[in-house]
Design a protein around this ligand. Structure first.
Ligand code: TPP
Ligand code: SF4
Ligand code: MG
Length: 463
């Protein structure tokens, strides 16, 4: 049997390979790099190669007709790839969808392959964009129409559908409406529950601040109020009882460009989660923490909570609560929260303004919201709150920059209960701002400087 010594002699093999690579490099100079077709300032870039050309063209037309500006980057050759030219084009792409007519996702695998060779450029630059692969299986027997339908349904699945957070992100932020913020699931709260008012106010605040859904993450613990993320069309996590702030801290440090909303109840936040509450404020984690404070455990059908008043009869204390409640506003001020406010779900407009302030505040924003539980708390009802709540904004001379004045106001309880902004300061660095590593940009965009196999085994160990 004869075997070419190109395969057996390593020196010859190397020489042959280098010769081929020189040829390929020559071709790269001879063939034009791929160019974008369609509007330059598009929300979605569809990347296709080979036989996907026609269907991608058609998908672009349809998307543009539907008011979603889309353009097309058609790659003619994978070798030579013109990788730098492609990366340059993708720098301006807001959402990128790779459309592939093969089983293995060859084009999509390229960024990862390139990462082996020139780690920083290919990988981090592509990862900075929302990169989605929409491979579909094709073959001779499929008609163009069928392929086109497949592509469009993949494109929807990967982000162009209204119900997904990504979907509304392709809309211009100025066109956001309340409907865009609505989650797929309708709330299962009891009719009249105060949490409905908080949900509407959060959605309104995001629309008014024009924050696209895909930039928002809503994180909760466990409780009626903690079902909140399911009712929002944002990214979200329904975590463990009392652990929402811990998860939110990790998330904010991983990507501090995101707007992080933490939502939950008084039991979740001040009872089991009391430790995280105090330390998140001390650290000035840049999140908005909204507590739907109904002074009871609602989900578990009416037990005493850390904010239940002395004497209140509940399932767990049928002869009346013997424990003094905590004062969330004083506690937040003492722990170093840099924005401290109280809202009432019966005062929608006012609540929306407080949520907007909290989102925009750089640092930990704490918003305690009276959100009556109409089923289990028969003491602190809408009728009870309505005559008592007084807006701090209506009080001439109240200065929310003065911590001692805020502390004094926080102690008021009875015929008059202040709502509004108690305190704000903006001169304290946020946790992510104080962390030098993050000065280079969000952690998710930084080169981990760890070989991929080491990173993979580390992640696998944690899973
Ligand atoms: C570790 C753990 N302990 C206890 C529970 C049971 N549990 C679920 S929700 C909840 C209290 C909910 O009260 P709150 O946070 O005030 O929310 P609400 O239902 O009133 O909105 C409790 C004790 C749990 N799920 N996990
Ligand atoms: S039990 Fe109370 S807190 Fe839970 S949904 Fe019903 S009214 Fe709201
Ligand atoms: Mg509660």
């Amino acid at each position: 049997m004869l075997i070419s010594d190109e395969f057996t002699n390593p020196i010859k093999r190397r020489a042959m390979m280098e010769k081929r690579m020189r040829k390929v490099a020559g071709i790269e100079a001879a063939v034009p790099p791929p160019a974008l077709s369609g509007p330059r300032d598009a929300d979605v870039t569809l990347i296709g190669w080979g036989s996907t050309k026609g269907v991608v063209e058609e998908a672009c037309e349809i998307l543009n007709d539907e008011g979603i500006p889309a353009n097309q980057l058609q790659i003619r050759w994978l070798v030579p790839l013109h990788g730098d030219a492609i990366l340059e084009i993708l720098k301006d792409s807001r959402h990128t969808i790779i459309v592939e007519n093969n089983y293995s996702g060859q084009v999509c695998a390229l960024p990862a392959q390139r990462n082996q060779f020139c780690a920083k450029r290919a990988h981090s630059q592509i990862r900075r964009r929302t990169l989605h692969a929409a491979p579909y299986c094709g073959g001779g027997e499929r008609t163009t129409r069928r392929a086109d339908e497949t592509l469009r349904s993949h494109a929807r699945d990967y982000g162009l559908r209204r119900e997904t957070p990504m979907a509304t992100s392709v809309q211009r932020a100025s066109q956001l409406t309340m409907a865009d913020m609505k989650g797929k699931v309708d709330p299962d709260w009891c009719p009249g529950c105060g949490d409905f008012g908080v949900l509407a106010a959060v959605q309104k605040a995001l629309v008014e601040l024009r924050i696209p859904n895909h930039n928002v993450v809503t994180i909760s613990g466990i409780g009626c109020s903690s079902n909140f993320p399911g009712y929002m069309n944002t990214y979200g996590m329904h975590t463990l009882h009392g652990r929402a702030l811990a998860v939110a801290t990790g998330l904010k440090l991983a990507n501090h460009e995101l707007t992080v909303l933490v939502t939950g109840g008084d039991g979740d936040g001040f009872g089991i989660g009391g430790n995280h509450f105090v330390h998140s404020m001390r650290r000035n984690v840049d999140v908005l923490y909204i507590v739907m404070d109904n002074q009871i455990y609602g989900l578990t059908t009416g037990q005493t909570s850390p904010t239940s008043r002395v004497g209140m009869k509940t399932k767990s204390m049928p002869f009346g609560n013997i424990e003094a409640p905590i004062n969330p506003i004083s506690l937040a001020l003492a722990a170093g929260a840099t924005y401290v406010a109280r809202g009432y779900s019966g005062e929608q407009k006012h609540l929306t303004e407080l949520i907007k302030q909290g989102i925009e505040h750089p640092g930990f924003s704490f918003l305690d919201v009276f959100s009556p539980c109409v089923t289990y708390n028969h003491d602190n009802t809408y009728q009870w709150f309505r005559p008592r709540v007084k807006k701090l904004e209506d009080e001439a001379g109240y200065d929310a920059a003065v911590w001692t004045a805020a502390m004094e106001k926080s102690l008021l309880w009875g015929d008059e209960i202040p709502i509004g902004k108690f305190f704000e300061r903006t001169d304290v660095p946020t946790l992510h701002g104080a962390e030098p590593v993050l000065n280079e940009g969000p952690l998710v965009h930084l080169d981990p400087k760890v070989p991929p196999d080491v990173a993979r085994s580390f992640i696998e160990e944690l899973m």
